[in-house]
Ligand binder design. Structure first.
Ligand code: GLC
Length: 413
């Protein structure tokens, strides 16, 4: 079979027709119900101990945002009228690009990682005054309260030793003490999806779904019967039509057999998927991990790429662009299918308006991604899609930490 016939086959496998989207949405909804009922489900459905904010929350707070790629610390003032101001902000990578340090490998122990976080916090606080801190920790956690969250297991290929099974804000508080920062009090912990939803809901009553389309992928929503936000850990959703490339990527990953949806849609994995397909189709030798989501954005956006990908002929580059387009389109459509699943649970006939708040580099920066997500909803919902707004909640995961800290109690000092 010639390459163009093979490419045609690939298109068939990667393009999901509206009926398939509906089928995936139905399965997703079934897994949501099973997870809530405590029955076997690929969705963890973790309670966040947070309702939607009123918009009146106010005060000044520290927000620590730990997502797996960077750590961000912000000093945020919430004005109490749905508005906020970021007073100070720093960010640092968890793995130094120059190779000086990497806090994400198995060679790092918990205290090493949390001492690094405390060091970042130290760079933001003044010499005086008390601070209440909200912590966005973007991994699956079993919560026992707003400030108590035990890490179930790492995702996104992080391997730091001695953190799984531990209470995260207790590790943070201990590191703050070691650093002489007893004035900084962690008082809330939340997932980044929850932070994204809280930020949107702070000024928009219709916001009831929050999602991250970035390095990782996950969605939370406000469960009307329980009146709390549920972190679904939907990256682990596992009733999807997989290809041999998905199987290969999974087999080579840190935790095979987990995070099926995330490995098909998230920025951490899309480049690798395209690489696996590309080496199958093109005369290329590309080492594992050598294609990033940023490379895909460049390929799709017709911006010159560096490295071995730059040495392709015009015809080969065109093929690579097609492959990258198919993989990212499938990502957007799968995510849309899960949104449809949530919508059909919370409002089956779409009586009310809904805002889906999304944060993350893939949604924000991948050319065409946001448009494909919205278009997939229209394909399935038709006119009713007008009830649903998908919007960027920029830095939502960090601002949400301040809102959660405000919900936990008034600012001290
Ligand atoms: C991974 C984490 C999840 C997080 C998502 C986005 O899926 O398990 O908790 O929300 O990445 O950062």
């Amino acid at each position: 079979m010639g390459n163009s016939a093979r490419l045609q086959q690939l298109k068939v496998v990667f393009s999901l027709a509206p009926a398939q989207l509906q089928q995936i949405a139905d399965r997703f909804q079934a897994d949501m119900s099973a997870g809530l009922a405590g029955e076997p489900s690929s969705l963890k459905m973790l309670p966040s101990y947070l309702a939607k904010p009123t918009g009146n929350e106010q005060g000044h707070f520290l927000a620590l945002d730990f997502g797996g790629t960077n750590v961000r610390v912000q000093l945020i003032d919430l004005s109490g009228d749905g508005q906020w101001v970021v007073r100070r902000k720093i960010a640092a990578p968890l793995a130094d690009p120059a190779g000086l340090y990497d806090y994400t490998t198995a060679a790092t122990v918990a205290s090493g990682l949390f001492d690094f976080l405390a060091g970042q916090i130290a760079a933001v606080v003044d010499d005086h005054g008390d601070y209440r801190l909200g912590h966005t920790f973007s991994f699956p956690c079993r919560q026992h309260g707003l400030n108590q969250a035990v890490l179930l297991h790492w995702t996104k290929e992080i391997k730091t030793t001695g953190v799984e099974g531990q209470e995260i804000n207790a590790l943070l508080a201990a590191a703050l003490l070691r650093r002489g920062l007893s004035r900084v009090k962690p008082c809330a912990i939340l997932n980044d999806t929850v932070g994204t939803l809280l930020t949107a809901a702070y000024g928009d009553l219709s916001a009831d779904i929050g999602s991250i389309c970035g390095t990782g992928h996950n969605t939370c929503y406000f469960e009307p019967t329980l009146k709390i936000v549920i972190n679904m850990e939907s990256g682990n959703f596992a009733a999807l039509p997989v290809t041999k490339y998905d199987q290969q990527l999974d087999a080579d990953s840190e935790k095979p057999g987990t995070q099926q949806l995330e490995k098909m849609v998230a920025g951490r994995y899309l480049g690798e998927l395209v690489r696996l397909i590309a080496v199958d189709y093109l005369p290329l030798t590309l080492p594992p991990g050598s294609v990033s989501a940023e490379d895909l954005a460049a390929i799709i956006g017709d911006i010159p790429v560096k490295g071995p990908l730059a040495r392709l002929t015009a015809a080969e580059s065109e093929m690579l662009q097609e492959i990258a387009g198919l993989v990212t389109a499938r990502s957007a459509r799968l995510v849309a299918a899960t949104f449809l699943g949530v919508l059909s649970r919370i409002d089956p006939v779409l009586e009310s308006p809904h805002t889906i708040a999304v944060d993350g580099s893939l949604y924000e920066k991948m050319p065409g991604y946001a448009g494909m997500l919205a278009a997939a909803l229209v394909e399935v919902l038709g006119d009713k899609a007008a009830k649903v707004t998908i919007k960027l909640s920029k830095d939502g995961s960090g601002i949400g930490a301040a809102i959660a800290a405000a919900v936990a109690g008034p600012t001290a000092g």
